[in-house]
Design a protein around this ligand. Structure first.
Ligand code: TXA
Ligand code: MG
Length: 345
C-alpha cells in the first residue's frame, strides 16, 4: 500500500473522510502525539488499527470526538466528568466513562468503560468535524516504540501500512494525554499527561490519586487499572539508566558513566539539561531542555528517544526532573524507557 503524506486542507480532509468512512486508517496530529484513527463504530476498521501497530488486542483505544453531543450514544458520564470536560476540553485529558452498546467491544478490549477525549489540535478538530465520526485512535507508532510527535515519525513506523498521514508539524505537548478514571470511586490518574493531578483536583475540589505504577514497574500479580501500563513502552534499543541526586554530583557521575562505557567501546551518550550541555561536552550530550521547563522536556522527549535508535546508541545515562506537574508525565515516560533503572549520585 502506498502511504500518502499530505498537508492539511479541505481536499485532504475530504480524502481522509472518505478513507475513514469506508473502513480505512488515517494518521493525524493531535496536541499530544500523532494518532492512528479509524471509525470507532466499525469493528473491522478498529481491528486493522491493532494489526497496523502490532498492538495486543487487550489494550483498549481512546475514542476522539469533535463535540460533547457526540458522547450521548457512546457512554454514560461519571460524576465530575462534565465539569472536567468544560474545564479542559478540547485538550489533553482522556476520561473513562461507562460504555454504551454502540461502542464495539474491540475498541474497549471488552472492558465496560470507554476512554473518550476531545483533542484541541486544529487539524484533529477539522478532521473530526469533516468526517463527523467518533474516531478510535491510539498513538500512531508501532507497538513498543516511542509515540510519534512528527509526521516523519509516523512514516517510519507506518509506511506501506496505511493510506494517509496528515502532516501537521510537530506536536505541542509531546507526551500522550492524561488518562483519568472517575468510574471506580476516588479519581485516579492512570497515565499522567499535560493536564496534571493538581489541575484536576482544583476543578473537582477533591483529592486526585495517581496510580502507583506510574513511577515504578508493575509488581508481579498486580492488576493494571489501565491495560496499557502492563506493556513495556517508549523503549529505545539502548539500555537507559536514570541518574538522580544533587546537581553537583549528578554531572560528574554522568561523565564517569559515559567514559566507562565509551572506554569499553559501547556506543553511549547522556541526556542532560540545557544548563549542563557544556559541562558534559565530550560525553555526546543530548539537550533535553531546561530543568526549569518540564513542558519543553515533554515536548522534546519522544523525538530524542527515537534519535537514540537512529544513532545506534547502546547505553544512555539521563538526568531526571522532580515528578511534579508535567514533570510527572516526563518521569513516567522516561522511567519506563529506563525500566526504572536508577543510580543515586
Ligand atoms: O494523547 C493521547 O491520548 C493519544 C492521542 C492520539 O490522542 N492517544 C494515545 O492512545 O496515547 P494509546 O492507545 O497509545 O493510549 C491509550 C491508553 C492506553 O494506556 C490504554 O490502556 C488506556 O489509554 N485506556 C484506553 N481505554 C481504557 C479503558 N477503558 N480503561 C483503562 N484504560 C484505558
Ligand atoms: Mg500508545
Amino acid at each position: 500500500m502506498e502511504t500518502a503524506l499530505l498537508k492539511p486542507g479541505s481536499e485532504t480532509y475530504a480524502r481522509a473522510s472518505e478513507i475513514l468512512s469506508s473502513g480505512g486508517l488515517v494518521a493525524f496530529p493531535t496536541e499530544t502525539v500523532y494518532g492512528l484513527g479509524a471509525n470507532a463504530l466499525d469493528s473491522e476498521a478498529v481491528l486493522s488499527v491493532f494489526a497496523a501497530k502490532g498492538r495486543p488486542a487487550d489494550n483498549p483505544l481512546i475514542v476522539h470526538i469533535h463535540d460533547q453531543a457526540q458522547l450521548e450514544p457512546l457512554c454514560i458520564l461519571p460524576k465530575g466528568a462534565r465539569e472536567l470536560m468544560d474545564a479542559f476540553w478540547p485538550g489533553p485529558l482522556t476520561i473513562l466513562c461507562e460504555k454504551k452498546p454502540a461502542v464495539p467491544d474491540v475498541v474497549t478490549a471488552g472492558l465496560p468503560t470507554v476512554a473518550v477525549r476531545m483533542p484541541s489540535h486544529p487539524v484533529a478538530r477539522d478532521l473530526l468535524r469533516a468526517c463527523g465520526l467518533p474516531i478510535a485512535a491510539p498513538s500512531a507508532n508501532s507497538s513498543g516504540r516511542p509515540s510519534p510527535t512528527t509526521a516523519a515519525h509516523v512514516l517510519e513506523d507506518m509506511n506501506g501500512k496505511i493510506p494517509l498521514i496528515i502532516d501537521g508539524g510537530m506536536c505541542d505537548v509531546g507526551v500522550e494525554s492524561t488518562v483519568l478514571d472517575l468510574c471506580h470511586g476516588d479519581p485516579v490518574v492512570l497515565r499522567p499527561g499535560g493536564i496534571t493531578p493538581g489541575m484536576i483536583s482544583k476543578v473537582l475540589e477533591c483529592e486526585v490519586k495517581v496510580a502507583g505504577s506510574v513511577l515504578r514497574p508493575l509488581r508481579e500479580n498486580e492488576t493494571a487499572l489501565s491495560p496499557g501500563m502492563r506493556y513495556k513502552h517508549y523503549a529505545p534499543h539502548a539500555v537507559v539508566t536514570l541518574v538522580e541526586g544533587p546537581e553537583d554530583r549528578v554531572v560528574p557521575l554522568l561523565r564517569k558513566l559515559y567514559q566507562q562505557q565509551a572506554a569499553e567501546g559501547v556506543k553511549s551518550c547522556v541526556l542532560c539539561f540545557t544548563e549542563h550541555v557544556s559541562a558534559l561536552s565530550g560525553c555526546h550530550p543530548h539537550d533535553i531542555g531546561s530543568s526549569s521547563d518540564p513542558s519543553e522536556i515533554a515536548h522534546r522527549l519522544f523525538d530524542i528517544l527515537r534519535k537514540l535508535d537512529e544513532e545506534g546508541m547502546e547505553a544512555v545515562f539521563s538526568e531526571v526532573i522532580p515528578p511534579e506537574g508535567v514533570g510527572l508525565a516526563v518521569m513516567n515516560r522516561l522511567g519506563r524507557a529506563a525500566a526504572f533503572r536508577t543510580l543515586q549520585a
